[in-house]
Design a protein around this ligand. Sequence first.
Ligand code: SF4
Length: 326
Amino acid sequence: MLKVENLSTSYKLIDGDVHVLNDLNFEIHDNEIFGIAGESGCGKTTLLKTLYDIIEFPLEIDKGKVILSGEKNGQSFSYESGNIQKTWWNNISYVPQAAQSVLNPIVRLKKQFLDSIPQEDRKNETKEQTLARVAKYLEELNLSPDILESYPFQLSGGMRQRVIIALATFMSPNVVLADEPTTALDVVVQKGILKMLMRLQKQLKNTMVIVSHDMGVHYQITDRMAIMYSGSIIELGPTDAIFNDPIHPYTKMLVDSLPRVGDKSQKVGIPGRPPALKNPPPGCRFAARCPHATDRCRQEIPEFIEVKPGRFAACHLLKKEGEKNG
Ligand code: SF4
């Protein structure tokens, strides 16, 4: 469905390029909730923007591409980076970070819905007919159609977030990308948003890609997930396996640092900080924080390989599936 091939991107700044995504290769499947996790500044949002094809200066793709393909209403489709924008809303949609502030506060929601639905998808309907479809869809999502008459400033942050998700999914896109969908919301509202996303994915049987720095969000709703570190994916696999049997040293330390029910031990974060993306060290970028680092780690970038069926990681300690892991 979404295939990322040899993807490298950078921000072209006056004082030099900042390489943010480094040779990424992975696939996101049909009918799954896929999570992208990692510390802030690791490249999660840049990756999501590149998946959605928002490549605006100073961001550029240096190498590789994203391929979005699949089938909708019996028609197959395939778009690559540079063309994915042609199918926004229809085959792929995006819930940006701080989505609540994306709505124009002084325009009624019904107008914002009408403006977002492309003319060709209005199927020769009158405005009233399109709004009736929107109202029906809102009811399916347990939202009152009365909100269409409201201005965004009249709604709570959580309600605005639900409206944005409703907008992004109204046309049943094959892929929905959501950047930190629960940030800045209180815990109860967060739970409601996560439930809404899970229900929608079951209903649409589509692909959802959730970026979040909050590992709890991934644990609760994702089927598979990728862990990013300093512009690369360092581990990818089923979410349960990543939490219960992490294979990359960074993931192990990250999972060990998480609080668990009934565990009263003092949790400590991972010492140190990720390297600056502007001038990163050669070799493995986790080497300065890794208890297993060797000279090889400091010189040679580890390859992202399939270590076990469906489990991928980039670490010199690990061997490819079929070779003996030490
Ligand atoms: Fe640690 Fe070396 Fe593996 Fe990097 S490659 S995570 S430094 S053991």
